[in-house]
Design a protein around this ligand. Structure first.
Ligand code: COA
Ligand code: ZN
Length: 313
């Protein structure tokens, strides 16, 4: 992370958000959204996923969206892939960062990627080996995005030992980073502190960020818990769009607008201009008319006399 921010927010709306909407957001709107998000100060955006268009038609334009994002100077362009085919497509498109979705829960893994967790690790190894065979300037950072870490809508509780084992296995497979995702919105703050601490004890600095959903309203409480144990990278989604189509009942991510407000009010610099961020909702609302957008700060406005930490420098 650069010196001028304290927290890296990775906007995942164009991927996690749009994979779950009923409508296809026209490609031009996706491009406008990504450009506006970068102009508002976001340094990393997960712009799409490389999945079969037959299964998730919302992502059919993934290569074109990546090509656009790559024209934006300084932006870290991330994408998600569920398997080797998708990872190859993402690398061909030239992404800087590739997140592999790897479920800790067996049932979610089978439903989401049609592999057992161990098969998904074997696939991650194949992907990392392929990446290492590419010329140096074509190799993305590979993140193991461990999902259903805090609980699964299909299986219920998920073993913390299993989370640690999958994190270690991801690193052994060649992943540069491991992020922990509360795909289903099951996490509570105490659990977040405990699980991040356990995983850090096992893999140290390879532990990257937190991907939290607000399904039960605990999203920002979980962010504060993660901050307390040293997490400095958070995924979030504009308007709280999002959810996994293969985890029944999974709903939106934490809302980027509310997250930025909270962090900036706490004195943590995100580098993001909250007014410009809130203005992006208009583009998104036009691109997927009728789709609900969430968030408190966009409705209530920031507090009177609010001076964001980023503006204080
Ligand atoms: N991108 C594009 N095409 C792909 C692909 C990918 N990532 N993965 C597989 N395909 C194609 C194959 O080439 C094959 O095409 P064909 O029928 O023309 O030969 C077809 O899709 C079926 O391939 P197969 O390997 O049998 O895949 P599958 O049907 O078992 O599906 C996944 C497996 C992983 C691709 C699928 O479960 C998936 O996309 N899951 C993603 C879930 C997701 O994104 N969830 C949200 C994130 S939490
Ligand atoms: Zn998610």
């Amino acid at each position: 992370m650069t010196q001028d921010i304290d927290i890296l927010i990775s906007e995942v709306g164009p991927r996690d958000g749009l994979q779950n909407t009923k409508q296809f957001m026209p490609t031009d709107y996706k491009k406008k959204w990504i450009s506006a998000a970068a102009a508002a100060g976001l340094r990393e955006i997960e712009v799409c996923s490389f999945v079969p268009p037959k299964l998730i038609p919302q992502m059919a334009d993934a290569p074109e969206v990546v090509a656009h994002a790559l024209t934006i100077p300084g932006l870290n362009v991330a994408a998600l892939a569920p398997n080797f085919t998708g990872a190859q497509r993402a690398m061909r498109a030239g992404v800087h960062k590739l997140t592999l979705t790897i479920s800790v829960s067996r049932e979610h893994s089978l439903s989401n990627v049609r592999m057992t967790p161990d098969e998904a690790i074997a696939s991650a190894k194949k992907i990392c080996d392929f990446r290492d065979s590419l010329p140096k300037d074509k190799r993305p950072i590979i993140e193991s995005g461990l999902s259903t870490v805090f609980g699964c809508t299909l299986e219920g509780a998920v073993s913390e030992d299993e989370v640690v084992r999958m994190a270690v296995a991801s690193v052994e497979a060649g992943c540069d980073e491991v992020g922990l995702a509360d795909t289903t919105g099951y996490a509570n703050p105490e659990q977040v502190r405990r699980v991040f601490t356990k995983v850090r004890a096992a893999i140290g600095g390879k532990l990257s960020g937190a991907h939290l959903h607000n399904t039960r309203g605990l999203g920002l409480a979980n962010v504060v818990a993660a901050l307390e144990v040293g997490v400095t990278t958070f995924d979030s989604s504009l308007g709280g769009l999002g959810g996994c189509p293969f985890a029944p009942g999974a709903t939106g991510n934490i809302v980027t607008e509310d997250l930025v407000f909270m962090l900036e009010a706490m004195g943590l610099r995100t580098g993001i201009d909250i007014d410009k961020l809130i203005a992006i909702r208009k583009i998104v609302a036009e691109g997927i008319p009728g789709e609900p957008l969430y968030g408190y700060v966009p409705d209530a406005g920031v507090t009177k006399g609010f001076v964001p930490a980023t503006a204080r420098g």
